[in-house]
Write a protein that binds this ligand. Structure first.
Ligand code: GLC
Length: 584
């Protein structure tokens, strides 16, 4: 369990503690408003560039590889790709340690390759979103090298430095108990200037000092560099961690230790400080000057929906357009009551802002294992996809999620590539498992990912059956389920722009809701059986103000439901069913 996985756990725990019980929550079915802002309807697809497609046979994915695969993404129905960091980097944290913010790592290609990717993506109506790491740079970045060189350097105050406290035998010790999310003290001593620098993540990722306006200025400059090149926006990495307590007070211990052996701390002085919202407002204003509805997405693991609302800017809506709602997707339990409550919360408690749902990313065990029961995993994955694409949210997915790619955690420490898996072994095996190469076809040995004999991480062993080519040929595959859902979402006004009303609000086994359509368009009803038992339902559409009762099945993974004509049906275990309400 890595710290990011742990964050998910902490989140689940703090929410359990609020005592969410079975309850009827009917979200407002307010009159649907047609709004063509692209990101409100978008399917955004995260690409981990090392693992998507290798075009030059070195066993590592690259930008030209992404360009080669754009036709696939277009056919899937993707509106935008988010590319995890592809900037020059020592690759300690596989790109999240950036040493030059205005270039491309030679492993991934050149700026020319990037421009070609942008051009080819544009031809296919696919926008490109970049990952922006603002909390820290690499320790090899020229800014840090300068800052560390002397106490008098003009960039000294660009990072977070401390003299520490006097230690027992004359050597100073860190100023407080702050720990790195990746293990050990968050303070690293530099003998040449007799001082410590702060790092929330690896010691090769020193934190920038956002209290210094020069830092904001420089980073906004970097963001403009790529906005001027045409990128559609940013995913802001680890954004709640931008500020630290200027008094550097100790964080309260919550008891016990984490997978890295460090004490569990309540991160009140190193995460989610209110100052970050001022930066977000200024950033939104800066990005808002560009034409074309550029978008800001936040990596926002937060304990509850009220906290999430702050990242939108609350009623003012002047911060991020799309902070990630990790509360729904990383609840890690297939529980109808919980999904009903949380989906309703994000409908009703964010001042009408646009929800962004996500079930998978490059930091967490894949949803396949987090939600799967080992027997019905395909059906369960179809349930998750149905929630992702038929609720009102903007949908964020991770490469391979559409195939049912599994988490292939290394079994020997010597095979681990992610440093936290090396330092934390065997409690923490790192994030390699969810970063294995994309599975394109059944060809051995690299499943179409690469022509190299070895790849940076091995291709998962199930590639002969779980791959794009094989699944495209199977009408019942998880991949085709995704394609059909995305197509339906595009074509149906109710799903694209409609309101959302929960039905059957006390049913602990089945999650049901209606997407209410503008007048003259069909309402759409969705029912998802989240249990291993058959479930009989008789949905009352009047709860959503709908008088008609006749239904036509639009999509289901169960042939027994194909002919359903009303909402009185029996859902087989883990069935997904989507019906169109007929207009009489
Ligand atoms: C984010 C990234 C993660 C990275 C960390 C430090 O959580 O998603 O992969 O290790 O930030 O940049």
């Amino acid at each position: 369990m890595n710290s990011i996985r742990l964050r998910t756990l902490v989140l689940a725990f703090s929410m359990a503690a609020t005592g969410l019980a079975a309850q009827t929550i009917v979200a407002s079915g307010s009159a649907p408003v047609i709004d063509n802002t692209w990101w409100k309807h978008a399917v955004i697809y995260e690409i981990y560039p090392r693992s998507f497609q290798d075009s030059n046979g070195d066993g590592i994915g690259d930008l030209n590889g992404i360009t080669q695969r754009l036709d696939y993404l277009q056919a899937l129905g993707v509106d935008a790709i988010w590319i995890s960091p592809m900037y020059p980097s020592p690759q300690v944290d596989f790109g999240y340690d950036i040493s030059d913010y205005e270039n491309i790592d030679p492993q991934y290609g050149t700026l020319k390759d990037f421009d070609r990717l942008m051009e080819e993506a544009k031809k296919r109506n696919i926008r490109v979103i970049l990952d922006m790491v603002l909390n820290h740079t690499s320790d090899k970045d020229k800014w840090f090298i300068e800052s560390a060189s002397s106490r008098k350097n003009k960039k000294r105050n660009w990072y977070v430095w401390s003299d520490g406290k006097p230690g027992p035998n004359g050597t100073p010790v860190p100023p407080n108990n702050w720990v790195s999310l990746f293990g050990g003290s968050a303070w690293e001593y530099m003998p040449q200037t007799k001082s410590f620098y702060y790092h929330k993540f690896y010691k090769q990722q020193p934190d920038l000092n956002w209290r210094n306006p020069e830092v904001e200025n420089a980073m906004f400059g970097v963001m403009k560099f790529w906005l001027d090149r045409g990128v559609a926006g940013y995913r802001l990495d680890a954004i709640p961690t931008l500020f630290e307590d200027p008094q550097q007070r100790n964080e309260p211990a919550t008891g016990g230790t984490n997978a890295q052996g460090d004490p569990n701390l309540q991160e009140i002085y190193t995460s989610n400080l209110p100052e970050v919202h001022d930066v977000m407002r200024r950033m939104r204003a800066m990005v808002g000057k560009y034409p074309g509805d550029r978008v800001l997405i936040g990596e926002t693991y937060l304990p509850n929906t009220a906290e999430l609302d702050k990242w939108y800017g609350g009623a003012k809506k002047d911060e991020l357009q799309l902070p990630m709602d990790m509360i729904v997707g990383f609840s890690n339990k297939l529980d109808a009551n919980m999904f009903r409550t949380r989906l309703s919360e994000v409908e009703t408690q964010v001042h009408g802002s646009q929800p962004l749902l996500v079930f998978d990313n490059h930091d967490n065990i894949r949803s396949w294992e987090r939600y799967g029961d080992g027997v019905h995993n395909v059906a369960i994955a179809k349930i998750l996809a149905t929630m992702l694409f038929t609720t009102r949210a903007t949908a964020l997915m991770y490469y391979g999620e559409e195939l049912g790619m599994v988490t292939s955690t290394p079994t020997r420490v010597e095979d681990v590539r992610d440093p936290i898996g090396k330092t934390g072994w065997p409690n923490e095996k790192g994030r390699d498992g969810e970063r294995t190469p994309m599975q394109w076809d059944p060809t051995p040995p690299q499943a179409g990912f690469s022509t190299s004999a070895t790849t940076w991480l091995p291709v998962a062993s199930n590639y002969k059956t779980v791959n794009v080519q094989t699944e495209l040929a199977d009408p019942n595959s998880l991949l085709n389920w995704h394609k059909n859902l995305i197509e339906m979402r595009r074509k149906r006004d109710a799903v694209r722009d409609g309101g959302m009303v929960m039905l059957d609000g006390t049913n602990a086994s089945v999650l049901s809701y209606v997407r209410t359509a503008p007048p003259g368009h069909h309402n759409i009803v969705v029912a998802l059986n989240m249990t291993a038992q058959p479930q009989k339902i008789a949905l009352d559409l009047k709860e959503a103000g709908i008088q008609q009762t006749a239904i036509k099945t639009l999509m289901t993974n169960e042939s027994s439901l194909m002919g359903a004509t009303t909402t009185s049906i029996t859902l087989p275990p883990f069935a997904s069913w989507i019906g169109e309400v007929q207009m009489q």
